[in-house]
Design a protein around this ligand. Sequence first.
Ligand SMILES: [Zn+2]
Length: 414
Amino acid sequence: MNLRCVDCDALFPASMMYHCSHCGGILEVVGLGTGTCGEGNERVSAQPTMWRYGSRLPVEDLSYAVSLGEGITPIHAANRLADSFEFEGRLLLKDEAVNPTGSFKDRMLSVAVSRAKELGFEKVVCASSGNAGASAAAYAAKAGMEAVILAPVHTPREKLTQIAAYGPEVRLVEGHYSNSYRIAQQLSKEFGYANMTTTYINPYAVEALKTVGYELYEQLEGWIPDYVFVPVGAGPLLKGIYRGFTEAREVVGILHGDVEKHKDARIPKLIAVQAEGCAPVVKAYESGLDKVSAWGEPYTIASGISDPLIGYEQDGTHTLQFVKASQGFAISVSDDEILQAMRALAVLEGVFAEPTAACSVAAVKKALQAGAIPQSCSVVCMITAHGFKDFKIYQDMEREHRKCIFPSYPHRPF
Ligand SMILES: [Zn+2]
């Protein structure tokens, strides 16, 4: 196992490095899984987890694996939701909200904390808009490691409450997410914390997201959807799905002892979804640019992807490369469209999603109406985190809903 710079191809030992020391580029893990494929879960957990693909994850000794039961999340057929916007194709939801702390970040932190432990670190730091912080704190607790979580002051209260419950030191940072990102880097550099921030900064965390691609391929029995809609901040989830599908045929084929059956090597078109109030990747895509620039002041209810990328614009550029490589596109949705999608997910499919998670569904509806995707295609929406993460949005929505449907709703106890 090594780390490789995605820009200059320089190779480094697999230590806790965050950027290429030659050019400052993003690092990724290479040299995994040349032997057996898809083994490991039996050494980590009695329950099925993403460690099913343990030999493809960047932890050399699986006795260091820290697991709370992450991954192997369900796929729901969303037929009522599809009918509601007259979609004639196949609509599926990959429900990452059922991960141990309620978001897909658990995959990243399970691997990153495991690797930090294996490399001898005793303390971790994580800049977070909420979900990664909860994951980092939970996995650090499980590993017996000290944790510092940095979050913007306007992070939803439910997310901060959850983070604090796991017992880390929580520091609230003025301004947007990029400020927290910068302070996490300082703490890591000056005081020896392993940086668990879930942009592209920690190559081990990013590597974990391949398992989403593996799982989709395995759960759909080698059938490849036309599109996967992915809420995107910096975008490692989108890259993870791309790389997962790239390797899935081999991993799943060997896992099932049936390489011949798993022949379909296509990669779905990956759609980067952002909120209109913070859409640096979409802006670059729509302008025909290859390079992403930082966003100004973000303003959106989708706190999980409210990331202006200030100081690490290259992360957005890297994500855009995978959007284009998959022949996908980037699209933004308004807060009103997100609210409608949240309501529709809950009412029609029984899925309770935070605003960021509902962005994928809002974008499918918008793309259909705009003719950007055909009426008869197949689509997977990533539902990235649970509705419990941002209760206030639902409380406000509920008040509004009552006002609309029950104008004389009795405001008194039963
Ligand atoms: Zn480099």
